[in-house]
Design a protein around this ligand. Structure first.
Ligand code: SF4
Length: 372
């Protein structure tokens, strides 16, 4: 069964580091987009889904009633999801929203905290206060959500090992089920890229970023969170099923502007033009997209790249069964090169990243994808 991803792209303001498909919130555009999304859902083939994930953008830029209505339409078309997640901007959580989400079938909340340090929150262009988070966590517990996750960002300009430790500690003290810790990526074309070009010293170098990542890994392990993916840590049983499916190279269906799908070996991405998406969906036409079929070694390379992100790594027998390939033999030069430099290891019938390898995951994974 596929996972269903739904993109809700409006934000009350735009963060200077963000390169997601997102637009400043305007009521008329947000209303029209929702109608387009409804039309896309209605035209989708009915099938069972394993998970539903509402991401953005800022899903809770929409009123909770719109989210409840959207979920009703989704679960009619894609019944059976065992996990239903929504991403939340903490400053927009209104009284009664969480109860409304829970009643609508949401099981998992992912709250974009990013930092508990006022200076860092401000540098990231966010507007919530650190003290906004504890009441949301308490309310989520009262409403009975199965899993509650907080997102944090490290390598923020101005962040120090001490301030990062404080943020991680505040998150763990809230006893949430899941914590994501992402290293800040400076994407081309964003205001942050222009800032870094002007003032490179404001940004962390690789050594500092590795130090901050190490702090998170150690502190989260000490607090009982198992690292199950490069950026994701969970208490037992609280791993995000929707994301686990991505890393297992499972199928998923993306709905909305810029949303990606993977079905029957074909990867496709909807247009990132809001105007094009909305017009096509409302007209009942084909939504413009880019698609490519992954075959042969390319398909295996992508699956290896995704599996390497997880703590389990590439399970050799599983790959033999699924792709009829001996990963060790096929990728011998790549595996040997990264094993000798301490970035890969073989453990329990699997190839996986070492602690050092996790920090250089893009380099290691990229070598598998481009290997011929
Ligand atoms: S709230 Fe999220 S999606 Fe919106 S601009 Fe900020 S980082 Fe991007």
């Amino acid at each position: 069964m596929p996972g269903i991803y739904v993109h809700l792209p409006f934000c009350p303001y735009l963060c200077p580091y963000c390169d997601f498909a997102k637009w400043p919130l305007r009521a008329s555009a947000a209303r029209e987009y929702l109608q387009a999304l409804h039309a896309e859902i209605e035209r989708s083939a009915e099938q069972s889904a394993a998970t539903i994930y509402l991401g953005g953008g800022t899903p809770n830029a929409y009123p909770a009633d719109c989210i409840a209505d959207l979920l009703q339409r989704l679960t009619r078309r894609f019944p059976g999801a065992r996990e239903v997640s929504i991403e939340l901007n903490p400053e927009l959580v209104r009284a009664g929203d969480l109860q409304r989400y829970r009643a609508a079938g949401v099981t998992r909340l992912s709250v974009g905290v990013q930092s508990f340090e006022p200076d860092e929150i401000s540098v990231l262009g966010r507007r919530h206060a650190p003290q906004d988070i504890a009441p949301i966590v308490a309310a989520a517990r009262d409403c009975g959500f199965e899993s509650l996750s907080l997102d944090l960002i490290f390598a923020v300009p101005g962040q120090t090992p001490t301030s990062w430790k404080r943020s991680v500690a505040q998150a763990t003290q809230l006893e949430v089920d899941h914590i994501s810790a992402y290293g800040l990526t400076v994407e081309e074309g964003t205001p942050y890229a222009a800032w870094r070009a002007r003032e490179p010293a404001a940004f962390c170098d690789d050594a500092r970023e590795a130090e901050l990542y190490g702090i998170a890994i150690d502190a989260l392990a000490a607090a009982g969170y198992r690292q199950y993916e490069i950026s994701n840590f969970a208490r037992p049983g609280h791993e995000c099923r929707h994301n686990l499916n991505y890393w297992a190279n499972g199928e998923y269906i993306g709905l909305g502007v810029g949303a990606a799908s993977y079905r029957s070996g074909e990867r496709s991405v909807h247009t990132r033009s809001l105007r094009e998406y909305t017009a096509a969906a409302l007209a009942g036409g084909t939504i413009p997209q880019q698609a490519e079929r992954l075959e042969g070694l390319r398909r295996v390379g992508e699956a290896v790249m995704l599996a390497l992100r997880t703590s389990q790594g590439v399970h050799l027998e599983d790959f033999k069964n699924r792709y009829d390939i001996d990963v060790i033999e096929k990728y011998a030069p790549v595996i040997s090169a990264f094993t000798s430099t301490g970035l890969l290891e073989q453990v329990n019938g699997a190839v996986r990243l070492t602690a050092q390898g996790r920090f250089l995951a893009n380099e290691v994974c990229g070598a598998f994808v481009t290997f011929e």
